[in-house]
Design a protein around this ligand. Structure first.
Ligand code: FAD
Ligand code: FO1
Length: 453
């Protein structure tokens, strides 16, 4: 087999039963915004080479996307500018369409002689509705490739998993089959004939009608290059300390890779291949791979198999019951989403974490749990807590609007992937976290003095 057919067939899902038609191949890029290590792009190119057809990558820029602001659109578009440049060097056209994504893709396929559509897997509701609409509207085969997960989400499990402990053995058993090396994208010999406008980053950035009150984060390099640099810095300076320091918000013990992973600007499989290469499997490496592979793929499994992944209805039975029993418990403190957004609570640690997220676009993983659990405690209802936590998370986090976020918030507020704990007011049997617990875990005063506004 030529190297271009080396994609594992179980990464590919046919989204409609239409036989192949002649014409160009397009990869409708969305979740995995990178050229290197991208199985969807590699599959699209192998189809185009077999058919001796042109290949184009099409990105549909939605005018609004789950409340994203300039902060996230800026990071994404700057990364896409690098993708466009790299593709041009490979004689693969990059086409940016504006408007409602599924409508624009259908129109594009009608206007151009396109024979096959390849998309990248995404379990989010909005993306599945885009893909469903297109698959049933166009007269050509539509294929979905899971290039976000090491073990494809649809293969790891065919149902919602209870927790890391149930999906872990399934993933570990399949991992060796899917930890294969990536072939390169090659110079494409069949040029796209229709005229293509070059991607104009500044014009696009200044013309998108997004909320500009949440500004871009300086000091980060968006795109594939920035992701690779972050990875190598983490491997050289952070990996060995990961296990010891990852839960201490006063240390920089985490990798900081989530923005690049969220936008697919770096492949999780590439991270696994690189990390496993650099260190004999130490307990720190194992702890990191547990988060990167098992926890992350558990989040995709949750969003794929639970249509209420962002609602109280998505919580497990035991959590629904305990929430109902404690729905009318008196709340000692109550805060509106506006008071939370502006960090007007009585808790200096929570306020510091909130303001850190507002100002830097990120929050330490340990504090995200504490942050969300306090929103449950200080909101009038679990429904209010879910909408406030999701709104704030997706408005300010650079890595927001991600299955990891919906799963992380549902874990914190609704016990998803967790078990029942000792019963207490408001939380019921949902795992409780409090200030005193943080004092035991890390130097709260140091965190507040270092990060406080
Ligand atoms: P590292 O610890 O270096 O981990 C590396 C990668 O592994 C992460 O980038 C991520 O892809 C994955 N990972 C790590 N921890 C988790 C986890 N608990 N669940 C799933 N994947 C994980 N993650 C997001 O990507 N976007 C979000 O919007 C988001 N919101 C969260 C909200 C709450 C309330 C909670 C409890 C967690 C949330 N997480 C979210 C998960 C996790 O906190 C972040 O992925 C992590 O802190 C990102 O920092 P890092 O890349 O340095 O992580
Ligand atoms: N995907 C798109 O195909 N088009 C967009 O315009 C778009 C905007 C966007 C903004 C913020 C953000 O966090 C994600 C965005 N995505 C967009 C989707 C993203 O690539 C991922 O598919 C999901 O957010 C994660 O599953």
């Amino acid at each position: 087999m030529s190297s271009h057919n080396s994609i594992h067939p179980l990464r590919i899902t046919c989204r409609n039963q239409i036989p192949e038609a002649s014409g160009a191949v397009i990869y409708w890029m969305s979740r995995d915004q990178r050229v290197a290590d991208n199985w969807a792009l590699l599959h699209a190119q192998s189809l185009a080479l077999e058919r001796q057809a042109p290949l184009a990558v099409v990105f549909t820029l939605a005018d609004s996307f789950l409340g994203a602001t300039l902060r996230q659109f800026g990071f994404m578009l700057r990364g896409l500018a690098g993708v466009a440049e790299r593709l041009k060097e490979l004689d693969v056209s990059f086409i940016l369409l504006r408007g409602n994504p599924p409508d624009e893709i259908c129109r594009f396929i009608q206007q151009h002689n396109v024979g096959v559509l390849v998309t990248d897997f995404d379990p989010l509701r909005i993306k599945r509705s885009w893909h469903d609409q297109v698959a049933r509207s166009v007269p050509i085969p539509c294929m979905e490739v899971d290039t976000h997960n090491v073990v494809p989400c649809r293969i790891a499990s065919n149902r919602q998993e209870y927790g890391a402990y149930t999906i872990r053995p399934k993933i570990h058993r399949l991992l060796p089959d899917f930890l294969d090396a990536f072939p390169p994208v090659v110079q494409h010999p069949f040029p796209w004939t229709a005229p293509v406008n070059d991607f104009d980053l500044e014009a696009t950035l200044s013309s998108i009608p997004v909320d500009r009150s949440v500004g871009e984060i300086g000091g980060l390099t968006p795109g594939e290059q920035g992701g690779r640099a972050r990875l190598h810095d983490f491997i050289n300076n952070g990996l060995a300390l990961y296990e010891a320091e990852r839960n201490d918000p006063c240390r920089h013990g985490q990798s900081g890779l989530s923005p690049w992973l969220h936008f697919g600007q770096i492949s999780a499989q590439r991270v696994v291949l690189e990390v496993s290469r650099h260190l004999s499997i130490s307990s720190s490496t194992e702890a990191f791979l547990e988060e990167l592979i098992v926890r992350r793929e558990l989040a995709d499994n949750f969003c794929l198999h639970n249509s209420s992944y962002d609602r109280v209805a998505g919580f497990p039975e035991w959590a629904q019951r305990t929430i109902a029993e404690h729905r009318h418990d008196p709340r000692e403190y109550l805060y509106s989403p506006e008071q939370l957004q502006t960090a007007q609570t009585h808790d200096p640690l929570w306020n510091t974490a909130q303001l850190t997220m507002v100002n830097t676009g990120t929050m330490h993983g340990y504090l995200r749990m504490y942050w969300a659990k306090k929103i449950l405690e200080w909101s009038p209802s679990p429904e209010d807590a879910m909408s406030a936590a999701i709104m704030l998370n997706d408005r300010y986090q650079l890595d927001g609007r991600d299955p990891n976020g919906y799963a992380g918030i549902a874990w914190s507020i609704g016990g998803v992937h967790d078990r029942a704990w000792g019963e207490r007011p408001v939380f019921g049997k949902i795992r409780y976290m409090n200030y005193k617990g943080c004092l035991r875990k890390f130097n709260v005063a140091e965190y507040i003095s270092r990060h406080g506004s």
